[in-house]
Design a protein around this ligand. Structure first.
Ligand SMILES: Cc1cc2nc3c(=O)[nH]c(=O)nc-3n(C[C@H](O)[C@H](O)[C@H](O)COP(=O)(O)OP(=O)(O)OC[C@H]3O[C@@H](n4cnc5c(N)ncnc54)[C@H](O)[C@@H]3O)c2cc1C
Length: 404
């Protein structure tokens, strides 16, 4: 079967691409390995940046639970801040449980004219180094442009060489849902001072994301740069965190067994002849907060826009454009993750991060994915300075981490 665009994976990145392509009149088929209604392990938090991307896609998000800001906790310090008003992003985010959010996007893609095949694991067909389509079992589908939107890398990514860089940081996170009378609160809560069961500071955070439906999404995430990461037991870390917040949130028992998943933060190769990678498949997750839905939506749209502009040069132009938009910031984030992988730097760093209003404003902008290379003002300047300083310190930070 011949299409214009094929998409491997039906998460937010794939759906954003499918919606954009179908609305432009392209013949698009998206393959999702899971069934209709599959769930994705996530914190379900939509940053203001994600809301801006949904607005660009003309997706009605009023059914989601609106979030006005973030409460950051580091040790005994606590600061509650509202999302800032900027020219680029709205001043609110949302919590939208992924089972409902992803289905909504899939429904819009189908209503826009995309064909979606569920329970279909798609693998690229590579002929003379060019992706010419995909196979699903014995079936063949052909198109000049294939978008890899398969999330944390699997077989399709392996075939394309779109794997995580083994020398770079990645994350692991676990989440559960639990009932709470505080489910309708309009602030996310992030506890930045996590420790494992041996008291080792964990570069990561614990979150309480109220879903507005009687439950809160509770979770913890950690970066691979921490000492003892391989032995870290996420279930134990989550239980420890939930015992910390149980009373203040009057938290009930987990509704289902906690589930963990990977957070890819790099990608060796994100494009090639006939294909590009978007979202998690391209490693677009902010190492400083583990969030990637917004980048997934943006990169999904961008991939199709490049194809519409010029099908022949789409892979190269996509690589250049996502590079301009995300690379500098995500590189700084990866370097930062090696810095906070040192416990003796993490603890004072956290005190600084929420210690003063000015520092907390910047932390807030980072946690909301509101910064990239074109961000004006203090947050943008601080990121540029941090990028310069971390570039110099990076080799040392990586070397000393290896000895840890
Ligand atoms: C515990 C946890 C908490 C998180 N919390 C947040 C948060 O609060 N906010 C935020 O912004 N981000 C969060 N993230 C990150 C976020 O979940 C991802 O960035 C986001 O899901 C990326 O979307 P995607 O479409 O690229 O990939 P995915 O959502 O992973 O979708 C990929 C899809 O591809 C399908 N697939 C895979 N291989 C194939 C194949 N060969 N053929 C067909 N289908 C295939 C999969 O079944 C899946 O449905 C969290 C991640 C974790 C693990």
């Amino acid at each position: 079967m011949q299409s214009d665009v094929l998409i491997i994976g039906g998460g937010p990145a794939g759906s954003a691409a499918a919606i954009t392509a179908a609305r432009a009149g392209l013949r698009v088929t998206m393959f999702e390995k899971g069934p209709y209604g599959r769930d994705k392990v996530c914190g379900d938090g939509l940053t203001p940046r994600a809301i801006a991307a949904l607005d660009e896609l003309r997706i009605d998000h009023t059914v989601a639970h609106r979030i006005d800001g973030l409460r950051m906790i580091a040790g005994k310090k606590e600061r509650e801040l509202s999302w800032p008003t900027t020219a680029r992003f709205p001043n609110h985010g949302a919590v939208w449980p992924r089972r409902r959010f992803d289905n909504h996007l899939l429904d819009v893609a189908i209503a826009s004219g995309a064909t979606v095949r569920f329970e279909s694991e798609a693998l690229p067909i590579i002929e003379n180094g060019r992706v010419v389509g995909v196979t699903v079992g014995e079936e063949k589908f052909l198109a000049p442009f294939t978008i890899l939107a398969a999330g944390a890398q699997g077989m399709a990514a392996k075939m394309l060489g779109a794997e995580r860089d083994p020398n770079e940081t990645f994350g692991l996170a676990i989440r559960a849902y639990a009932p709470t009378p505080r489910h309708a609160e309009r602030h996310l809560e992030a506890c930045l001072s996590l420790s494992d069961e041996h008291g080792v500071a964990v570069p990561g955070y614990g979150w309480m994301f109220p879903a507005g439906d009687g439950t809160v999404n509770i979770g913890v995430g950690a970066l691979s740069t921490m000492k003892g990461f391989k032995k870290l037991n996420l279930n134990t870390l989550l239980d420890q965190y939930s015992s910390l917040v149980r009373d203040s949130w009057s938290l009930g028992d987990y509704i289902e067994k906690p589930r963990a998943w990977r957070l890819p933060m790099s990608c060796i190769r994100r494009y090639g002849p006939g294909w590009v990678a978007v979202g998690d498949a391209a490693g677009f997750v902010n190492p400083m907060n583990g969030e990637g839905i917004d980048y997934g939506l943006e990169s999904g749209m961008l991939a199709v826009q490049c194809f519409l502009a010029d099908p022949v040069t789409a892979p190269e132009s996509y690589d250049r454009k996502v590079g301009e938009r995300f690379d500098a910031f995500l590189r700084t984030g990866r370097r930062f993750s090696f810095l906070i992988g040192h416990p003796w730097l993490l603890k004072p760093g956290l005190r600084i991060a929420v210690g003063t209003q000015a520092a907390a404003d910047i932390t807030l902008a980072v946690m909301g994915n509101l910064i990239d290379s074109s961000t004006p003002g203090a947050a943008g300047r601080v990121m540029k300075l941090a990028d310069g300083a971390l570039r110099l310190a990076d080799p040392l930070l990586r070397r000393t981490r290896a000895k840890a």
